[in-house]
Write a protein of this length. Structure first.
Lengths: 168, 228
């Protein structure tokens, strides 16, 4: 009787621990489907209209992960999400210089106002980044983000003819 | 040489004349002038000879060496002229020496490995142009040996659909490109058809790094060193 009671208690304890773990992992972090890199998501991603939709949930996760890590200044982690050809063509030092400043501002919101599927494996996303500068000033910056799918995984694409002419 | 003979003749002739007619004042002056000129020529030619000899020694001076391979200052000068004539490439003398050594090592490796064809394996490059051609053969070989992940090729192919169109002159294709529309996979050349082009583009962007690594490997293999 006592043993059965103890077993029941242990089972309940383990169940409570598992539930707590699940709650913590779902509430505080997103897990990358590809690289397994965790990041704290403290910004929101909103679609500007109901006509816009993500081509798939994998891209949305990857997109959120990239921008989250980028605003945290995690250079090595975001480099791993850049397209493999970019990783091959752009030396790490050059990439790090390019990303200098990443992590200084705090991302508040990403407003997506267009998602264009240019081909089966290439997507262009027009967006506004809403962030807070170190000074506390709130700023918005618009850009066209590009994503490519290779080996069933989405990767970010940099097109900067001035800095990286060979890859643009 | 002609001037030497001419002045020597005048000098000897005038001395004879002076000795034969001691009173001839003009001849005395003439012989003195001829002597001075001869002396001047002697000094000038000695200086010129010495400069030539020192230039000769400098040209033959070894600036780098490796197993069974030597690089002289003269060869570096020839290679430098060749590069300056044929490329927009300009750099310091130290870099030219390094580049010349690299060319010689690459060319030798290409010839020894029979990369330029077995018939060339015993050939010794005779001029900078030959050196350049054979060194390029080795560089191409090195590029072919580079391993690239499939994801690199695939991501490049998909990131630039507009570069791999089967028929980019088709008005329908043009219209679609202009309006940033959807490009179906059927409009693209097959990946296999453009694989080597992509590989080439990717590797060319790292050419300097690949070349430098190959150079360091050969320097080690042949114990090459640049003399200070």
């Amino acid at each position: 009787m006592k043993l059965a009671y103890m077993n029941n208690l242990t089972f309940k304890g383990l169940l409570a621990l598992a539930l707590l773990g699940m709650l913590l992992s779902s509430g505080c972090a997103l897990k990358d489907p590809g690289t397994g890199t965790d990041f704290a998501k403290d910004f929101e991603v909103v679609l500007a209209s109901e006509e816009i939709s993500w081509p798939g949930s994998d891209l949305k996760k990857r997109f959120e992960q990239y921008w989250g890590l980028r605003f945290q200044g995690q250079i090595e982690e975001i480099r791993a999400i850049e397209a493999p050809y970019l990783q091959e063509m752009i030396p790490f030092g050059q990439y790090r210089n390019y990303m200098r400043g990443a992590g200084r501002n705090t991302l508040k919101k990403i407003e997506v106002f267009d998602i264009v599927q240019r081909s089966e494996n290439f997507v262009e996303i027009s967006l506004n980044l809403h962030f807070e500068k170190e000074s506390g000033e709130e700023t918005t910056s618009g850009r066209r983000d590009r994503w490519v799918r290779a080996q069933d995984e989405w990767f970010h694409v940099i097109r900067d003819p001035l800095i990286f002419p060979a890859t643009s | 040489m002609i001037s030497w003979i001419f002045f020597s003749y005048i000098f000897i002739y005038s001395i004879n004349k002076v000795e034969n007619s001691k009173s001839d004042f003009m001849l005395k002056i003439f012989s003195n002038v001829a002597f001075c000129l001869l002396l001047f020529l002697l000094i000038w030619q000695t200086a010129a000879l010495s400069a030539w000899a020192s230039q000769e020694a400098e040209d033959k001076e070894l600036v780098a060496s490796a197993q069974d391979l030597e690089l002289t200052r003269d060869e570096v000068r020839e290679i430098r002229s060749f590069l300056e004539e044929n490329t927009p490439f300009r750099t310091s003398q130290e870099e030219y020496i390094k580049y010349a050594l690299q060319m010689k090592l690459f060319a030798r490796e290409a010839l020894q490995q029979g990369l330029a064809g077995e018939e060339w394996s015993e050939h010794e490059p005779r001029n900078p142009k030959e050196l350049y051609i054979f060194s390029d053969v080795y560089l191409e070989h090195i590029l072919e040996q580079q391993k690239l992940d499939e994801a690199v090729i695939e991501s490049y192919y998909h990131a630039f659909p507009e570069r791999f169109l089967k028929d980019e002159d088709d008005p329908e294709v043009q219209e679609r490109l202009d309006e940033r529309g959807y490009i179906p996979d059927e409009w693209l050349k097959p990946l296999e058809e453009v694989r080597s082009e992509i590989r080439n583009r990717v590797l060319r962007s790292r050419l300097q790094e690949i070349r430098e690594q190959a150079f360091q490997d050969l320097k080690k293999k042949y114990e090459a060193r640049i003399h200070e």
